[in-house]
Design a protein around this ligand. Structure first.
Ligand SMILES: [Zn+2]
Length: 224
């Protein structure tokens, strides 16, 4: 079951539950307009949270191949609702496959794995088609694992979203996006945590990048 099917199932259940509660409240003599107002607000908040959190940018396949930190790859897998176990090459390959399968769209719906399993069981469907479609073809994997590992250093690694490294971008970075340490104007990496400063600065220009950096920063114990 794909993520948008999961949210369709849960949204139907949520609306039905709200309707049942509203009917119960009205049957006990409460004001009809007030009950309707509360129901509309509850649905609006639900839709806003789901859209804001689970409708995320699709990182292009070529950008995914730029990530060399295993923590980043695991965080991306969790954001996209994919299994986060395995070696960095497996994780990168899994993410690249996911991106390739959704290459016709800029944003993708995502859902936690437990919700996919639960929604599938509610619909009596097999449930793991999306993951099965992501199972690695051994021959393809061998080719990609040889070519997918980033082999360039922070001074020459391209940035995500097609952004360019520049002295003007570098001058605007005064603290590390990951550990919040002060950084010198010419240093390519953070002296404290080793983060590639311009790479994460470019990531911060997107919603998914801000989520990744926030989770990575939490892992470093940064106080935001
Ligand atoms: Zn740092």
């Amino acid at each position: 079951m794909r993520a948008h099917d999961v949210w369709r199932t849960f949204t139907v259940l949520y609306v039905l539950a709200l309707a049942a509660v509203s009917a119960l409240i009205i049957s006990h003599g409460e004001d009809l307009v007030a009950a309707m107002f509360v129901t509309v607000v509850a649905i609006s908040v639900y839709l806003y949270i789901v859209y804001k959190r689970y409708h995320v940018e699709r990182l292009p396949e070529n950008d995914i191949r730029l990530f060399d930190d295993p923590d980043d790859l695991r965080i991306l897998c969790r954001i996209y609702g994919l299994p986060d176990s395995g070696s960095p090459n497996w994780l990168r390959h899994r993410l690249a496959q996911f991106s390739r399968q959704n290459e016709d769209r800029s944003f993708v719906w995502v859902a936690p794995r437990f919700m996919k399993t639960l929604a599938s069981s509610l619909e009596f469907a097999p449930g793991m088609e999306e993951y099965q479609s992501l199972l690695e073809d051994p021959n393809e994997l061998l080719v990609r694992m040889v070519s997918s590992s980033p082999s360039v250093g922070p001074k020459s690694r391209p940035l995500v979203w097609g952004r360019s490294r520049s002295s003007s971008r570098r001058r605007t970075i005064t603290s590390c996006p990951i550990c919040d340490s002060s950084v010198g104007q010419r240093a390519p990496v953070c002296g404290e945590c080793g983060a590639d400063l311009e790479f994460y600065d470019a990531l911060l220009e997107s919603r998914i990048g801000r989520r990744l950096v926030a989770q990575k920063a939490d892992g470093h114990g940064r106080k935001n």
